[in-house]
Design a protein around this ligand. Structure first.
Ligand code: NAP
Ligand code: ZN
Length: 349
């Protein structure tokens, strides 16, 4: 066991502050990583403030890590010290259930999340990436393309895979009309991927000042969702809509924009339930579904795709000392388009 610096919250109402946490010494299948950058996901905020229930304190959030391998266990074959590595939302799963066998570890009943899951090695709960170092089983470590900006790569480990996976699953290709609701961390990656897959992309935003950015990020059209007339112009026309909104909103408005047999997939996870009118689904045999990050193999496929197509997140890099301020800005939809912590800033604490 060794200690490393981290940022943790002591309760749902406490700010994040500097601390030290224990990490296990690498076992034979483990990789030890010096964390260079860690993205800030809105899920970190939901969890720190216990908006979904079940948060164990102190919590060390962070599941969008990129770093350099510092040490490997004796049985590790995929990596060597000095390699770049990524870690996302998952650090372990049982490997034997039907979901794991189908490369869908994110649905394993015995999965270990990167933070706030029971820690099989040290007891207590797992601690995430707002820290200088982490130890992870090599099966859950991702190879990072070496041609990309590392700060922009970190958010791919959650925001990237969470948007890539449903777009792939629902067959988004050229000729499809795709909506992306909410232009935040997930939304802006959804736009980049839908564009890269050849779709006609329409962004729905509550923030008119994001219009120019949305077009630059790859949208063909931008609709300010508070404008009912603009919304109505798109009624019954979408093949697929990806809803990334983090707070309660009217999903029926978007269901009504789907064509017959169209699909809206929720990846946003608001604290409060959404109301669905039966008629929004009945009229048009529409589908409402959800998606949770992605499996490890698909996450690697996504990173490789990003390497080939030069895709990264648009990040505002911050020192960790600004993390509480960043959370307040997230709540105001004031992020362009992902905060990413430069973990070197933690070393001086
Ligand atoms: P984010 O960066 O804060 O983006 C959310 C965006 O939603 C905002 O930028 C804003 O976009 C829009 N929005 C916020 N409040 C709104 C409201 N009251 N009404 C309408 N639109 C609103 O958050 P994120 O990191 O992308 O995460 C988004 C959600 O996905 C969170 O709930 C998060 O927990 C969840 N998540 C799910 C998964 C999964 O696997 N399913 C993975 C990661 C995150 P505009 O300014 O453009 O309107
Ligand atoms: Zn996340």
């Amino acid at each position: 066991m060794y200690n490393t610096k981290a940022y943790s919250a002591a309760s749902a109402t406490s700010p994040l502050s500097s601390t030290k946490i224990a990490r296990r010494d690498p076992t034979e299948h483990d990789v030890q990583i010096e964390i260079l950058f860690c993205g800030i996901c809105h899920s970190d905020l939901h969890m720190v403030r216990n908006e979904w229930g079940g948060t164990v304190y102190p919590i060390v959030p962070g599941h969008e890590m990129v770093g350099r391998i510092t040490q490997i266990g004796s049985a590790v074959t995929k990596y060597k010290p000095g390699d770049l590595a990524g870690v996302g939302c998952l650090v372990d799963s049982d490997g034997t259930c039907p979901q794991c066998k189908a490369n869908l570890e994110q649905f394993c009943p015995n999965l270990t999340l990167t933070y706030n899951s029971p820690d099989k090695h040290l007891g207590g709960v797992t601690y995430g990436g707002y820290s200088n170092s982490i130890v992870v089983d090599e099966r859950f470590v991702l190879r990072v393309p070496d041609n990309l900006d590392l700060a922009g790569v970190a958010p791919l480990l959650c925001a990237g895979i969470t948007t890539y996976s449903p777009l792939r699953h629902w067959g988004i290709t050229e000729g499809k009309k795709v909506g992306v609701v909410g232009l935040g961390g997930l939304g802006h990656m959804g736009v980049k991927f839908a564009r890269a897959f050849g779709a006609h992309v329409v962004v729905f935003t509550t923030s008119p000042e994001k219009t120019e950015d949305a077009l630059r990020l790859g949208a063909d059209e931008v609709v300010v969702s508070r404008n009912a007339d603009e919304m109505q112009k798109h009624a019954g026309s979408f093949d697929f809509i990806l809803d990334t909104v983090s707070a309660k909103h009217d999903i029926n408005t978007y269901l009504n924009l789907l064509r017959v047999d169209g699909n809206i997939t929720l990846v946003g996870a608001p604290e409060k339930p959404l109301d669905v009118s039966a008629f929004s689904l009945i009229m048009g045999r529409r589908n409402l579904s959800g998606s949770n990050i992605g499996g490890i193999a698909e996450t690697q496929e996504m990173l490789d795709f990003c390497g080939e197509h030069n895709i990264t997140a648009d990040v505002e890099v911050i020192p960790i000392q600004k993390v509480n301020e960043a959370y307040e800005r997230l709540l105001k939809s004031d992020v362009k388009y992902r905060f990413c912590i430069d973990m070197a800033s933690l070393k001086s604490e």
